[in-house]
Ligand binder design. Structure first.
Ligand code: E4P
Length: 240
């Protein structure tokens, strides 16, 4: 499962992109509204940093305006994927944008039947919101399982290869959502920076590093040996 970052903040993308784990990003109107600065420039910068798909959302209720906004968003950067909210109008816009070879992320999908419609309309990504389902006491894992099963009956080709619809787990609230999405066979999870940072931490990792470091420092000859080893490499020589 690929990991996207769900944010409108360039600084957050810059920070987490250094980890080498991000394959893309998603924004939405709320996330963009929470930050200052030109939104178009921010979307372009995020596209450059992640070097992969970045969803930017249309805000209209009729297909014509959705399509026009979608073309304008796509013109910002080649990596832009146009995010379209689920509705009859959204399906029509998705079909038109997909026919124009513009990738669409159909968002606010909350059931397997909606996901089937989104896939038939040509959406490349289908975003199901885990947190918002759990908020209203609907088991998000069960819904996602239904979506994955409906879109991917046994024997169907891998969607990364055949350009089929990819299931994207969104509205992620904690690391358990990410692991659950992966285990259910989702193709992508878009994860807020806060949750990505939570995924880093484990008390046994921190205490393990502390113990390795203090054991190493208790034997200075080991440090001298490693410094010599590094100095003998081209990178070590160049850093002197
Ligand atoms: C998805 O692409 C959305 O931007 C996002 O995951 C919504 O999450 P929220 O429910 O935390 O607002």
């Amino acid at each position: 499962m690929k990991l996207f970052i769900d944010t409108g903040s360039v600084a957050e993308v810059e920070e987490i992109a250094t980890w080498g784990v991000l394959a893309g990003a998603t924004t939405n109107p709320s996330l963009l509204a929470a930050q200052s600065g030109d939104p178009g420039e921010r979307i372009q910068r995020i596209c450059e940093i992640v070097g992969g798909p970045v969803s930017a959302e249309v805000v209209a209720e009729d297909p014509e305006t959705m399509i026009t906004q979608g073309h304008a968003l796509k013109a910002l950067h080649d990596h832009v994927i146009v995010k379209v909210p689920f509705s009859a109008a959204g399906l029509a816009a998705t079909r038109a944008l997909a026919d124009a070879e513009i990738g669409v992320n159909m968002t606010l999908v909350f059931s397997p039947s909606q996901a089937l419609l989104a896939a038939e309309a040509g959406a490349r990504y289908i975003s199901c919101f885990m947190g918002r389902l759990d908020d209203v006491s609907i088991d998000s894992a069960q819904v996602l399982e239904g979506i994955v099963d409906a879109l991917r009956p046994p024997g169907s080709p891998a969607p990364w290869i055949d350009d089929g619809a990819l299931v994207l787990a969104a509205s992620i609230r904690h690391p358990g959502h990410v692991v659950g999405a992966a285990r259910l066979g989702c193709d992508v999870a878009t994860v807020p920076g806060k949750v990505l940072r939570q995924m880093l931490g484990h008390p046994l990792t921190s205490s393990g590093i502390e113990r390795f470091n203090s054991d190493w420092e208790s034997s200075p000859s080991l440090g001298r040996w490693l410094d010599g080893l590094v100095a003998g490499t081209p990178a070590g020589a160049a850093s002197r």
